[in-house]
Write a protein that binds this ligand. Structure first.
Ligand code: CA
Length: 414
């Protein structure tokens, strides 16, 4: 999906996972962008914009006095030091403040949200949940100049192609909507307005919800929420289905079945003894779903449906997608998770690398020790857990770190 909302993607990657990948893939690192190389790059960007059909006056308005913003490069380079745990992540996002404010806004925009539900099939609570998570319901929309930020990123080597496209889309947006450059304000990575749309998503999916002839995602709540509903429908939202739900696993559950890369029907999960949190059956439908344990076997378990993948197309993070679903449920009266969130320390990227090297040394192959908790690392952990009489949930709990270290030390002594 080409409009994958990479804005959220960048924000989440910065705060959690994945950046190390591009760093390790980079063979030779070009010199850092400077004011001089930026100035030399601008005519090229103007040329590309012209080739894409942007008119001369818009190019002049957008790029003739574009400024190099060193901080944008700094934000883009920011490597997380710690891997954020699910309890830490979700407790900072699904807060009492957001739940209460979201409930007020559900009531305040009842008619609009009902219309959107009827037209696009997206339940009210999800639209408000996205709004709350993206910008605190419009409270934090970003203050960076979009054109200059995107021009800076387009001239930098790291993700030049992607940001050049978004820059050209942002100029196209200025041209189409007759927007002054000063109005093009948002996050350092180019996301704009109440629901943080990248220029490509703005161009393709934003709608005029209040029928004033303009599409204004910064100042019009009806425009922003209508656009979010339209975007979600286009990302493949299945009307009439939930995102997923919390479930209870039976004693002796086979933890090799967890992960988004595996799926079973609700009937199959039911047969394996997985139930709703109130003990009721999940039913016997052939709805495909995956099982997630974001905080290990001591934390809550979830089955997630196709709409969970849709949320991840908006922002590619399992934690984010669970947060959207959970906040949405809380807005309409659902309670806390049935299992308390375990108290887990945030572990460092260096600790994960060390764990990975030791697992490899012990013969539990996790691939390259890159500090990222991916599927291969989970499988390696599961292998170690199975061989050492731990519950094989693939989760790096503190006691797992200790046990692997101990095993690695004694194997190197022998
Ligand atoms: Ca409007």
């Amino acid at each position: 999906m080409k409009t994958l909302k990479a804005l959220g993607l960048s924000c989440i990657l910065i705060s959690g996972f994945g950046n190390a990948q591009t760093a390790t893939e980079q063979q030779t690192i070009p010199a850092d962008l400077t004011a001089e190389t930026f100035a030399a790059c601008l005519p090229e960007l103007s040329q590309k914009a012209k080739q894409a059909g942007i008119d001369d006056s818009t190019i002049a308005r957008g790029l003739s006095n574009a400024q190099f913003i060193p901080n944008v490069i700094k934000y883009d380079r920011n490597q997380p030091e710690f891997v954020r745990t699910f309890p830490n992540y979700i407790s900072k996002r699904v807060t009492d403040w957001r739940i209460n404010k979201g409930r007020d806004l559900l009531a305040k925009h009842k008619d609009l949200l009902q219309d959107l539900y009827e037209e696009y099939g997206i339940p009210q609570r999800y639209i408000v949940a996205f709004w709350g998570l993206e910008t605190n319901f419009g409270g934090i929309k970003g203050k960076m100049p979009i054109i200059d930020s995107l021009a800076t990123l387009a001239c930098d080597y790291r993700r030049s192609e992607f940001f050049t496209k978004e820059l050209i889309h942002s100029l196209e947006l200025m041209q189409r909507e007759a927007l002054p450059k000063e109005q093009m304000i948002g996050s350092w990575a180019g996301a704009m307005g109440h629901t943080q749309f990248m220029p490509s998503a703005y161009l393709q999916y934003a709608k005029d919800g209040d029928n004033d002839g303009k599409v204004d995602l910064w100042n019009s709540v009806p425009d922003a929420l209508t656009s979010a509903a339209h975007f979600l429908k286009n990302l493949g939202w299945q009307a009439g289905y939930r995102w997923g739900r919390e479930v209870i696993l039976p004693e002796g559950f086979d933890y090799s079945l967890i992960g988004r890369d595996k799926s079973k029907t609700l009937a199959q999960w039911s047969e394996l003894g997985v139930s709703r949190t109130n003990g009721a059956s999940l039913g016997n439908s052939d709805l495909k779903s995956s099982l997630l344990l974001p905080a290990g076997h001591k934390g809550p378990a979830f089955v997630v449906y196709k709409n969970f993948d849709v949320i991840m197309r908006w922002n590619f993070s399992e934690f984010y997608a669970i947060s959207v679903g959970y906040l949405a449920d809380r807005l309409t009266g659902a309670g806390h998770f049935s299992v308390p969130l375990p108290d887990l320390p945030n572990y460092s990227i260096a600790q994960v690398k060390d764990l990975q090297m030791k697992l490899n040394q012990l013969g539990f192959d996790v691939g390259t020790a890159d500090g990222i908790m991916g599927p291969a690392t989970r499988r390696g952990i599961q292998g170690f857990q199975s061989a050492n009489e731990f519950i094989a949930d693939g989760f790096p709990a503190p006691e797992l770190f200790d046990a692997v270290s101990e095993a690695a030390n004694s194997s190197s002594v022998l």
